[in-house]
Design a binder for this molecule. Sequence first.
Ligand code: SF4
Ligand code: MG
Length: 336
Amino acid sequence: SDAFLSVRDLHVRFSTEDGIVKAVDGLSFDLERGRTLGIVGESGSGKSVTNLAVLGLHNPKSTSISGEIQLDGQELTGAKERTLEKLRGNKMAMIFQDPLTALSPYYTVGRQIAEPFIKHTGASKREGRLRAIEMLTKVGIPQPNLRVDDYPHQFSGGMRQRAMIAMALICNPELLIADEPTTALDVTVQAQILDLLKDLQQEFGSAIILITHDLGVVANTADELLVMYAGRAVERGSVKDILTQPQHPYAWGLLGSMPRLSASVDEPLVPIPGSPPSLLDPPSGCPFHARCAFVSEVGGTRCQDERPPLPAGRGSACHLSAEQKQTFFTEQIKPR
Ligand code: SF4
Ligand code: MG
């Protein structure tokens, strides 16, 4: 594949006290420069683990990875730590969910933002500080030449997330991975941060992976979506296709549990019943079968026995026929 980021048949397993967790089980996707891929799923679906593997941030002692991860033609699985070190914070960068744990309380915000810049370009501390001020300006921090010397606790939650974005973008990364970047923020600040990411993407041309459990977060931000469940991709398509014509019963569940601006206040959100399976002992067949209301529509024990493949391009990993997917979605989900 000549995509900017190409992931092929990725498997990630790690050992725990209780056994081997099969966290990612045969995942493939492509991402082009300047595009945003949303990876959506509940916690434990493998979305964060996938991206730690891309960045080489998994624990190499307890984790085994197979498959291919190619960034701009360079193979990252099995790459030396020195190689990954050179890429991280430079060609690829990450924004974490919780800036309070990602930022050290002991150093000024400016010093931390400048760190990757100094490390990768050999700039002086003074140059780093100037560049940090420039980045604080870009992410919309008022009075950046004063705030650059603040400590993280002097910033609000939204400002800390902006500072994290400034740090991630300071070396103009070509790939930016944002893991639940707005989860800790209130709705208004959330929207501002997502707008900011979009604006900065325009300016820097980065490819973005946006990881979230919330379809609302990707609705206005991503181009393509990958829906993950139990370490597998179960549906792939454009944001528009998945929000208007989702094909997989799990995606119907996600959509049903998504708050809608147009919904009346008393319209209840419908959570997906049950919980994701343990990945210590993943289920046979379709990983969603224990929670799925459509097993009998497929018939026999096919859902329990036979793993549905995810076709390349637009599609979903489900044994229902294309006609059934269309009918059931329209009948059961749409009119709520
Ligand atoms: Fe449900 Fe079967 Fe489709 Fe899985 S394959 S989502 S269990 S209908
Ligand atoms: Mg996560």
